[in-house]
Design a protein around this ligand. Structure first.
Ligand code: 5GP
Length: 113
């Protein structure tokens, strides 16, 4: 099922894009939880972590490579950052298109409240 992220990927709605390659798009979160809050999204529609298939192994690796590049580009690589993926209800997932949250730009608080 297409989500709002597919609309962003297809340029049907605007977003502040910070990185793009053939398989991945990254853009600033509309409601940032930290000074740097970027969403790293595969262009392939994968709803949740539960839906990742063996054939997606390389894609997931490339998403982490993109994290590293974006962190460097945005100047948070050395100070550090956090990468989070929420899954389903207990994880607090709201958009059912797989994404990494890249959070940084300050000392982050506890992982789970
Ligand atoms: P989730 O809760 O699914 O892990 O995270 C979804 C994230 O997408 C939230 O942090 C939310 O602020 C962000 N988001 C939702 N709709 C939009 C949108 O239209 N544009 C952007 N840039 N971010 C969005």
């Amino acid at each position: 099922m297409p989500t709002i992220f597919t609309k962003i990927i297809n340029r049907e709605i605007p977003a502040d894009i910070v990185y793009e390659n053939e398989k991945i798009l990254a853009f600033k979160d509309i409601n940032p939880a930290a000074p740097v809050h970027v969403l790293i999204v595969p262009k392939k529609e994968i709803p949740t972590v539960n839906d990742i298939q063996k054939e997606d192994k390389e894609l997931i690796g490339e998403m982490y490579l993109a994290v590293g590049e974006i962190a460097k580009k945005l100047g948070i690589a050395e100070d550090g950052y956090r990468v989070i993926t929420n899954c389903n209800y207990n994880g607090g997932q709201e958009v059912f298109h797989l994404h990494f949250h890249l959070l940084g730009g300050k000392k982050l608080g506890k992982l789970v409240e």
